[in-house]
Ligand binder design. Sequence first.
Ligand code: HEC
Ligand code: HEC
Ligand code: HEC
Ligand code: HEC
Ligand code: HEC
Ligand code: HEC
Length: 211
Amino acid sequence: MEDRQESTAPQKEVCSRFKCRLCGVAPFFVGIVVALVFGWWLFPTLMFNSQEQPVQFTHDTHVNVAGLDCNYCHKIRPDGTFSAIPTTKECAVCHQVLLGESRAERVFWDEYVRPGKEVAWLIYQKQPDNVFFSHAPHSLENCNNCHEFSKTELCLFCHVNVKDKAPTYHENRLSGYSKDTMKMWQCERCHANPNHLAGTAANNACFVCHK
Ligand code: HEC
Ligand code: HEC
Ligand code: HEC
Ligand code: HEC
Ligand code: HEC
Ligand code: HEC
C-alpha cells in the first residue's frame, strides 16, 4: 500500500505545478491581447476620423490615359511659389463636356463644373503655421544636381502614394492635422545629415523651418 502512494505522489506534484504555472501565465496573455487591441486598433480608431475625397479623381486615368505630366497640374511657378491643385476652371479645359460614362466624372461635372464650384480637396500633407516649407529648393532640378530621381520617386519621398486611387484621409481629432503630414524627424533625415546639405546654401538651424 505504502509503495503505491509513493509512486503517485510525484505525478500529482507535476500536475499541480503545471496548473499553477498556467494560473500565472494566462492573465498575462489576456492582458497582452487587451493591450494590443486597445493600442493597435481601438486607440488609433478613436484618435483619427476618416474621410474620402469629395470627388473620386484618379491619377492613373489622368497620367496614363489622358497622358498628362505631373507639371500640368502641380508646378513650381517662375517666382518659386507652388501651384498646388488646379481649380475647377483649369480642369474644365477638358471637362467642359462629359468625356466618359463614369459616376465619378458625372459627380464632378454636376456638382462642380456646371455650378462653377471649387472642390474642397482633402490635403494629406499640410504643415502647421509655424513651419515654413517651399517646394522650390526640393525640386527635381535641385535634387538631381546630385541624384537621378524620376518625378514620381521624388514626390514619394515626402508624400502618400496617390497613384491608383486617392487614399482615405485620416485626421487627428485633437490636433486637426492629417495623419500623413511629415513630422520634424522626417525632415531631419535629410537636413541633419551634413553630407546631404554640403554644397548647398541650406543649413539646419531652427529658423530655417520655423518662422
Ligand atoms: C489632371 C491634374 C493632375 C495631374 C496631371 C497630376 N495630379 Fe496630383 N493631384 C491632382 C488632384 C486633383 C489632387 C487632389 C486629389 C488627390 O489627392 O488625389 C492631387 C494630389 C496629389 C498629391 C497629394 C498631395 C497631398 O498631400 O494631398 C500628390 C503627392 C500628387 N498629386 C502627385 C502627383 C504626381 C507625382 C503626378 C505625376 C505623376 C501628378 N500628381 C499628376 C491633380 C493632378
Ligand atoms: C487633358 C484633359 C483632362 C484634364 C485637364 C482633366 N481631366 Fe479628368 N479626365 C480626362 C479623361 C480623358 C478622363 C477619362 C474619361 C473616361 O473615359 O471615363 C477623365 C476622367 C475624370 C474623372 C473620372 C474618374 C477618373 O479619374 O477616371 C474625374 C472625376 C475627373 N476626370 C476629374 C478631373 C479633375 C478634378 C481635373 C482637374 C484637377 C481633371 N479631371 C482634369 C481628361 C482630363
Ligand atoms: C521634401 C519633401 C517634399 C517633396 C519632395 C515634395 N513635397 Fe509636396 N509637400 C511637402 C510638404 C511639407 C507640403 C505641405 C506644405 C505646407 O503645408 O506648407 C506639401 C504639399 C503639397 C501639396 C498640397 C499643396 C496645398 O497646400 O494644397 C501638393 C499637391 C504637393 N505637395 C505635391 C507634390 C508633388 C507633385 C511633388 C513632386 C513633384 C512634391 N509635392 C514633392 C513636401 C514635399
Ligand atoms: C549637394 C548634393 C545633394 C543634393 C542637392 C541632394 N542630395 Fe540627397 N544625398 C546626397 C548625398 C551625398 C547622400 C548620401 C548621404 C549619406 O549617406 O550620408 C544623399 C542621400 C539621399 C537619400 C538617401 C538618404 C538616406 O538617409 O538614406 C535620399 C532619399 C536623398 N538623398 C534624397 C534627396 C532629395 C529628395 C533631394 C532634393 C530635395 C536631395 N537628395 C538633394 C547629396 C545630395
Ligand atoms: C528641416 C526643418 C526643421 C528644422 C531645421 C527644425 N524643425 Fe522643428 N518642426 C519641423 C516640422 C515640419 C514640424 C511639424 C511637424 C511635427 O510636429 O513634427 C516641427 C515641429 C516642431 C515643434 C513642435 C513639437 C512637435 O514635435 O510636434 C517644436 C517644439 C520644434 N519643431 C522645435 C524645433 C527646434 C528647437 C529646432 C532647432 C533645434 C527645430 N525645430 C528645427 C521642421 C523643422
Ligand atoms: C529628401 C531630403 C529632404 C527632406 C525630406 C526635406 N528637405 Fe528641406 N532641403 C533639402 C535640400 C537638399 C535642401 C537644399 C536645396 C538646395 O539649396 O539646393 C533643402 C532646403 C530646404 C529649405 C530652404 C533652406 C534655405 O536656407 O534656403 C527649407 C526651408 C526646407 N528645406 C525645409 C524643409 C522642411 C520643413 C521639411 C520637412 C517638412 C524638409 N525640408 C524636408 C532636402 C530635404
